[in-house]
Design a protein around this ligand. Structure first.
Ligand SMILES: [Zn+2]
Length: 299
């Protein structure tokens, strides 16, 4: 599935690799069906009537006036040693879908990974004649230095396998730039540090013509965490820091009416964060084309 959103002069295209229902015990252990059913606004887009969460793995292709960027690269085909059985030996049409949406891989000039987990950097490489080669051979791959150094020694959840088959070949090809967690990527695109899920985790801020949008990465996995910001992921490196990051980001996003663009949000995927009492929030769909997105005020 392909969907397009516009933020000023930047066009964001969502390329879906895999959508799922349920099986979120590792992602959000507290999200039992009963607990999810209490958050009624999640239905039908983000949860089923039975209280199962809908999730998605997708990439965002960004066309700016000067750059062609892919933000997170999903699982990839033919990978092995992944923590979820369905993620091994994938044979999906992601690259064909990306090209059909106007982004043949060789036209991408910048690859961003919010963090180096198996569902965010998989398509950095593809298997060609038994060898892992860069999928985006003409792109600089911007890895946050702290994230790269963490990933280099990580194990479990497929981390060592990811580094070997999807990160090391990019390094060997000379396509990596290690950058700061607040790197300005282009005039409209900037990294924002959002640590907790991983040490060097970043989100991606898009600002153009007074409009703002934030690609989350995994500082939030599912819209249910707007209502329950304290629900942590089983994959969080530092759960307490992840909660602190999520709370401060949601507050800032609501205050500045920044469009939230969810990295694992199924269906509509984007929305505005609206306070909903007691430090919780809900996601409101933007009005097509007419929604004012004011400049951020003083903090
Ligand atoms: Zn993820």
């Amino acid at each position: 599935m392909v969907a397009t959103f516009t933020v000023g002069d930047v066009v964001i295209t969502k390329i879906t690799e895999l959508e799922s229902v349920g099986d979120t015990e590792l992602m959000l252990p507290e999200a039992t069906p009963h607990a999810v059913q209490q958050v009624s606004w999640l239905r039908p887009d983000y949860a089923t009537d039975d209280g199962l969460l809908r999730t998605s793995i997708h990439a965002f292709a960004l066309a700016t006036p000067t750059r062609r960027i892919i933000a997170d690269t999903g699982l990839g085909n033919d990978k092995q040693g992944r923590p979820v059985p369905a993620w091994n030996g994938m044979g999906g049409t992601f690259l064909e879908d990306l090209a059909a949406a106007g982004f043949p891989p060789e036209t991408i000039d910048t690859v961003l990974c919010t963090h180096l987990h198996v569902d965010h950097a998989g398509w950095d490489t593809q298997l060609v004649q038994g060898k892992w080669v860069p999928t985006f051979p003409n792109a600089r791959h911007l890895f946050v230095r702290a994230e790269f150094e963490h990933a280099e020694g990580a194990a479990g959840h497929g981390a060592a396998e990811l580094f070997a088959d999807s990160v090391a070949p990019i390094v060997e090809a000379g396509l990596v730039d290690l950058v700061a967690a607040d790197e300005q990527v282009s005039p409209e695109v900037k990294l924002v540090p959002t640590p907790g899920h991983t040490p060097g985790h970043t989100s991606i801020l898009i600002e153009s013509r007074g409009e703002r949008a934030l690609i989350t990465g995994d500082f939030i996995h599912h819209p249910v965490q707007l209502a329950r910001p304290d629900w942590v992921s089983g994959g969080d490196h530092d759960p307490a820091r992840a909660v602190a990051t999520r709370r401060s980001m949601l507050s800032e996003i609501a205050r500045t009416r920044t469009l939230l663009v969810g990295t694992h949000f199924a269906g509509p995927t984007i929305g505005h964060v609206v306070p909903d009492g007691d430090g919780s929030y809900r996601l409101e769909e933007p009005d097509a084309g007419t929604d004012p997105v004011p400049q951020p005020g003083p903090s």
